[in-house]
Design a protein around this ligand. Structure first.
Ligand SMILES: [Ca+2]
Length: 211
């Protein structure tokens, strides 16, 4: 069943050949992959009466950092090469259009195949934008694409970690749900999963399921 949920085809996007799509809506009780800094945010898997966009669960993100912008790592894409484009999005909930609490998607490169905490440089973010703050929204603040750049001195980047960043005072809360990641078919997409992260099936292994 898990593998069935991971299967997706996005034929119209500007990524090579078939693309690998993973959608994750926190329905299995998972939370996040990691935090930066440690303890900077507290994310919990919640159900109604907390806001839920789809299914019965969402992710509640509570700022726990006295100052600065804490990050929760919610997806990790590995096995990338120069020129790849990765798409990422999630729905976000807040009801304060003009200010905090708010959140947005961001990312950084991670060229380690094994350590999610490795930092290999800032990604190109979404700019100085925030969700509309009118309830559940998926707009420019939480929906974007990033390319693996060319001309990196040390060679191409091979991985990208996607973050939820909260822009709030300590104790403030936002919610996210229904995350979607699209990467080339040879990449590996890791999302939260129950008690521990799980690697998505590769395209080759997905095809093997249907032989
Ligand atoms: Ca959900």
């Amino acid at each position: 069943m898990r593998n069935l949920l991971l299967i997706g085809f996005v034929l119209l996007l500007a990524v090579p050949a078939f693309a690998l799509t993973v959608s994750y809506g926190w329905e299995d009780g998972g939370t996040v992959l990691a935090y930066y800094p440690t303890g900077g945010m507290v994310c919990t898997n919640v159900q109604a009466p907390d806001p839920v966009f789809s299914g019965t669960s969402s992710l509640k993100c509570q700022d726990a950092l006295a100052s600065g912008t804490p990050q929760a790592y919610v997806a990790w894409v590995k096995g990338l090469v120069t020129g790849d484009v990765v798409y990422a999005s999630f729905w976000a909930y807040d009801i304060t259009p003009a200010g905090a609490p708010s959140c947005r998607i961001w990312c950084h490169y991670n060229d380690s195949p094994t350590d999610i905490m490795t930092y290999s440089g800032a990604g190109v973010g979404v700019g100085n934008v925030y969700p509309a703050g009118t309830g559940w929204t998926k707009d420019i603040a939480t929906d974007y694409a990033i390319a693996v750049p060319t001309g990196v001195p040390a060679g191409t980047h091979t991985g990208i970690v996607f973050e939820v960043r909260t822009y709030t005072n300590p104790g403030d809360i936002v919610w996210i749900d229904e995350m979607t990641i699209v990467a080339p078919d040879y990449a590996t997409i890791i999302v939260p999963q129950g008690q521990s992260p799980v690697e998505s099936a590769t395209w080759t292994s997905i095809k093997a399921l249907y032989r």
